[in-house]
Ligand binder design. Sequence first.
Ligand code: COA
Ligand code: ZN
Length: 312
Amino acid sequence: MTALPSRVHFNEVVARDGLQNEARFVPTADKIALVDALSDCGFARIEVTAFVSPKAIPPLADAQEVMQGIRRQTGVCYAVLVPNARGAARALEARADALNFVMSASESHNQSNLRMPRERSLAALAEVLAVTAGQAEVQVSISTAFGCPMEGAVDAQEVLRLAARIAGLGAGAVRALTLCDTTGMAHPAQVTQLVALLRARLPQLALTLHFHDTRGMALANMLAGLQAGVTRFDAALGGLGGCPYAPGASGNACTEDAVHMFAAMGLDTGVDLARLLPVSRRLPELVGHAIHSQVARAGPLHTRHPAPAHLA
Ligand code: COA
Ligand code: ZN
């Protein structure tokens, strides 16, 4: 096995992917306080919100106010999700550092989530690049890259073809791609193969991996990605998240569990787990239900417990 990278970068997506799937509207001031708390935890990047149709995603209808209200920490890249040129214009007005353009590998999920065919999304991406004109980084997230809940398996060659089209737009303006496992269909061997394929054929694209833990494979998939040379990961605090237009979707890879695993392995994540855990422990009150964080519940691995009474 080749040597593992020593540094990984986390993109914290709880404020976007996490909250987009919540039934209860989280008040704007609480969203701002959440992002501000995350800004102090050492993340390379924070996905703050989404400039999408407020009818499509009511929980993030306050995107503009949230972007206006957050405190910008030097060194943190503040990103937003956009599906079209309208979103890009709103994102630039809100001074987003980076735009995360989203489309799907499968036709059915593109139609369900974005109400347009993939070809139209590719045209929208060209429009986004024109509107942005280098004022912010444009990264592309490919949803259902490891499988589609409506179509089933998604061929790796199809993902490669789409990625090549994306890389060819705007004279190579897109330099970063996120492969998203929207409904937790990816498994580690598949991650190894898809990452190897894309790294070999499109080495100009920096890859980020975005997993959902729907079937308990998110951490294993992140490890497979790391072993395949990926150093950028999306994850959501408390394992919140999911796409409301992907049937069967559930929460993201849990940030604190992933940070804890990489840190235990001796990797530098940049993230201060001791600062992050109190933020995670406030989430249940914010969203009104329990969260699926193992480390928030158990404490980090060096947590000591008193010995059982019969040993005394
Ligand atoms: N920001 C805000 N409003 C937008 C918008 C944007 N980026 N894009 C479109 N709209 C508005 C339009 O102005 C229109 O408003 P109106 O009904 O008041 O006139 C409405 O949304 C519908 O616009 P239309 O262009 O007809 O879009 P659509 O209904 O075909 O939906 C999308 C297309 C892409 C806008 C919508 O499906 C969407 O926002 N999807 C995002 C889904 C998502 O975020 N999923 C989770 C992340 S993976
Ligand atoms: Zn997601």
